[in-house]
Design a protein around this ligand. Structure first.
Ligand SMILES: Nc1nc2c(c(=O)[nH]1)N[C@H]1C(S)=C(S)[C@@H](COP(=O)(O)O)O[C@H]1N2
Ligand SMILES: [Mo]
Length: 550
C-alpha cells in the first residue's frame, strides 16, 4: 500500500500544488492577496538563527557562481525559485500523507469533512504566517481567509483524488468487491483517465494563472514607473542627466573596466524579503518620535521643500560581497542632511541613537554622535536625479559614509530617538556592529584585445577599481605571476571622496599564461589588509587576482 500511496501521492501533489501556486500568484497580482510561498520563505528566513541563514545564502552564492551566473543579477530570482520549490515540495509531502491516510480508511462516507480537517491543519499555520507577514493594502483577515480557503479546497480535492486513484471509484459508491491491490483493468483505465483529466486541468490552470499574473504584474510595474516619472518633476537638486565631474581626467579606464557610474538598473540589490517592498508615495509619511522636543511627521514633500538638498556620488557595497564580487555599485544620491532635520525635531539630552524601522520589517540603530560629526549623513530621496527606485528603498533611505549597506535602512517608515542601544537586523544575526567598509581592490580586466604600442613596446592595459569607503585611495599596485616588484598603477580622479577609484596599469606584454594580483593603500598610508577573511562577520579581506592568456 505505502509505495503506491507515495508515488501517486507525489504525482497528485504536483498536479494540485502547481495550479494552486498559480492561483495564489494570480490572486496576488489581481487583488493583492499576497503570495504565501514567498511569505513562508521570508518568515523562515526571519526566524532561522543567523549562522544557518548565512550558510544558506553562502551555499546559494556558491551554486550560482559554480553555474557561472552573476550573483547580483540572479540571487533574488534563485531565492524566489527556492521559495516556490519549498512550497511545492511541502505540498507534495502533505498530499502523500493524505494518500497514506486515505489508504487506511475503512469508511469513506465522511471523506469531505476529513478533507476539510486536513486542509485546515495544513492551512491554518500557513494562513497565519501569510496574514502576519504580507505587505499588502488588503486587511490581514482577508488574506488569512483566502489562504485558508485555498488549503481547505486543497484538502478536499486531495482526499477526493486519493480515493479516486487508490480505490478507483466514486467515493459515494459501495466498497468494491475486489481487494485494492488486485484492481480490475476497468478501474485502471478509470484511474488513467482520471489522472489525464486532472493533469490537463492542472496544466491549464497553471499556465493561465501564471501568464495572466505575469501580464498584470508587468502592467502594474509600468504604472508604478509612470508614477515615479511624474514625481520626477518635483525633485529638487539634479535633473536626470548627472554630469560626471572627472570627464576630463587624463587617466581613462582600461577596456573592460566596469562603468565608473553604475546605470541604476544595474545597481546591485540586497533585501531581506523575496520581493522588494512597495510603498505608496502619496500616503507615506515619516514620524520622528521618542526622545525629541518636537515630535514631527514629515511627508516626502516636506523633506524635499524644507531642507537644502545635498548630493553626493556614492559607492555602496554589501558586507556579504566577496573579494572581486558584484555587490558594489556607484550612483548619485540626493537628500536632506540628518543634522538639519534633527535640528528641527531637537533630540533631548538623554537621546543617544536613532532607531530606524523599514516597511519590510528591517531595522537599524544609528549613533547620534556619528550624525553630529558628519553632515554628509542624509535621508536620501533621489538616485541619479530621480526618485529612488522601488527596489532600492523608495521613497526614503539613509546614507552613512564609510559603512556597509547593512547599516543603512531603505524603505524607511519610522525613526524613533532612543537612549539605549538596540542591535539592528543583521547585528542581531551576528554581523559586525559597526560594519565599517574594508578597503578592497579588484582587477576587472586584462585587456589583451586592446594593446597599445609605445615605441617598440606592446602594453596590455590592466584595470579595475579600488575602494576604501570615504578614506580615499592613495596607491594601487599590481604584481605579475606572484613574484617580482609591485608596479604602481595610474589612478583616475574619483567621482567623489565617497566613491571607488578607477585604476589602470599598462603592462609590458609577455606572452603566455599569467596571473595578476592587485593591492591598494588608503589615503593616510594604511595598506589594504592582505590576510584572507570571509565576509562574515565584518566584511571580506584579501587580495584579488586574475589569470589571463596573453
Ligand atoms: N529596509 C531594508 N533596508 C536595507 C536592507 C533590507 O533588506 N531592508 N538591506 C541592506 C543591505 S544588507 C544592503 S547591502 C543595502 C543594499 O541596498 P541596494 O539594494 O539599494 O543596493 O541595503 C540595506 N538596507
Ligand atoms: Mo548587505
Amino acid at each position: 500500500m505505502k509505495p503506491r500511496a507515495l508515488g501517486w501521492g507525489a504525482l497528485a501533489g504536483v498536479l494540485l500544488l502547481a495550479p494552486m501556486i498559480a492561483i495564489m500568484y494570480l490572486a496576488d497580482k489581481l487583488l493583492h492577496l499576497s503570495f504565501p510561498p514567498f511569505d513562508v520563505f521570508d518568515w523562515i528566513a526571519r526566524i532561522l538563527p543567523g549562522p544557518v541563514i548565512t550558510f544558506g545564502i553562502d551555499l546559494m552564492i556558491d551554486v550560482l557562481r559554480f553555474l557561472g551566473l552573476s550573483v547580483a543579477d540572479t540571487a533574488k530570482t534563485a531565492e524566489q525559485a527556492i521559495a516556490i520549490l519549498i512550497f511545492l515540495v511541502g505540498g507534495m509531502a502533505f498530499t502523500i500523507v493524505v494518500f497514506i491516510l486515505v489508504g487506511r480508511w475503512e469508511r469513506l462516507g465522511i471523506w469531505p469533512l476529513r478533507g476539510l480537517v486536513i486542509g485546515a491543519i495544513a492551512g491554518i499555520p500557513i494562513a497565519l504566517i501569510t496574514a502576519n507577514i504580507a505587505q499588502s493594502s488588503v486587511h490581514p483577515v482577508w488574506i488569512f481567509m483566502w489562504t485558508l480557503f485555498l488549503f481547505l479546497t486543497w484538502g478536499a480535492v486531495a482526499v477526493r483524488t486519493a480515493i479516486g486513484v487508490l480505490i478507483g471509484r466514486q467515493p459515494g459508491a459501495a466498497m468494491p468487491e475486489v481487494a485494492m491491490d488486485e484492481t480490475a483493468s476497468v478501474q485502471v483505465l478509470g484511474r488513467r483517465q482520471f489522472l489525464i483529466r486532472m493533469g490537463a486541468t492542472a496544466a491549464t490552470i497553471t499556465v493561465a494563472g501564471a501568464s495572466i499574473g505575469q501580464l498584470l504584474s508587468a502592467s502594474e510595474n509600468r504604472a508604478r514607473e509612470d508614477e515615479l516619472a511624474s514625481m520626477q518633476t518635483q525633485m529638487p537638486g539634479s535633473g536626470p542627466m548627472i554630469e560626471l565631474p572627472n570627464e576630463d581626467d587624463p587617466v581613462k579606464p582600461a577596456l573592460g573596466t566596469r562603468p565608473e557610474y553604475t546605470a541604476v538598473r544595474d545597481h546591485y540589490k540586497v533585501f531581506i524579503r523575496s520581493q522588494p517592498t512597495m510603498i505608496d508615495g502619496a500616503s507615506w509619511n515619516l514620524p520622528i518620535t521618542g526622545l525629541v522636543e518636537t515630535p514631527t511627521t514629515f511627508t516626502l514633500d516636506n523633506i524635499m521643500a524644507f531642507y537644502e538638498p545635498r548630493s553626493e556620488f556614492v559607492t555602496l557595497t554589501c558586507i556579504s560581497n566577496r573579494i572581486g564580487g558584484s555587490l558594489i555599485s556607484t550612483t548619485h544620491w540626493t537628500g536632506a542632511s540628518l543634522q538639519d532635520i534633527l535640528a528641527d525635531v531637537k533630540p533631548t539630552s538623554d537621546a543617544r541613537y536613532l532607531f530606524i524601522t523599514s516597511g519590510d520589517g528591517f531595522y537599524e540603530t544609528v549613533d547620534l554622535d556619528l550624525i553630529a560629526n558628519d553632515e554628509r549623513i542624509m535621508l536620501a530621496y533621489a538616485w541619479d536625479g530621480r526618485p529612488i527606485p522601488f527596489d532600492h528603498g523608495f521613497p526614503l533611505r539613509i546614507w552613512l559614509p564609510d559603512r556597509y549597506g547593512m547599516k543603512q535602512p531603505k524603505w524607511i517608515t519610522g525613526i524613533e530617538v532612543i537612549g539605549e542601544y538596540k542591535p539592528g537586523y543583521w547585528v542581531e544575526r551576528n554581523w559586525d556592529e559597526v560594519a565599517r567598509i574594508k578597503t578592497t581592490s579588484v582587477i576587472d580586466t586584462v585587456a589583451v584585445e586592446a594593446t597599445i604600442t609605445e615605441g617598440d613596446q606592446t602594453l596590455v592595459p590592466i584595470g579595475g577599481i579600488a575602494f576604501a569607503g570615504v578614506r580615499g585611495i592613495s596607491k594601487v599596485e599590481v604584481q605579475i605571476d606572484g613574484a617580482g616588484p609591485w608596479r604602481e598603477a595610474q589612478l583616475r580622479r574619483p567621482l567623489s571622496e565617497a566613491t571607488w577609484v578607477i585604476w589602470r596599469y599598462n603592462w609590458p606584454l609577455s606572452e603566455g599564461d599569467h596571473s595578476f594580483e592587485v593591492r591598494c593603500v588608503e589615503a593616510d598610508g594604511t595598506p589594504q589588509i592582505v590576510e584572507r577573511d570571509p565576509p562574515r562577520p565584518s566584511g571580506a579581506t584579501g587580495l584579488h587576482s586574475k589569470r589571463a592568456q596573453v
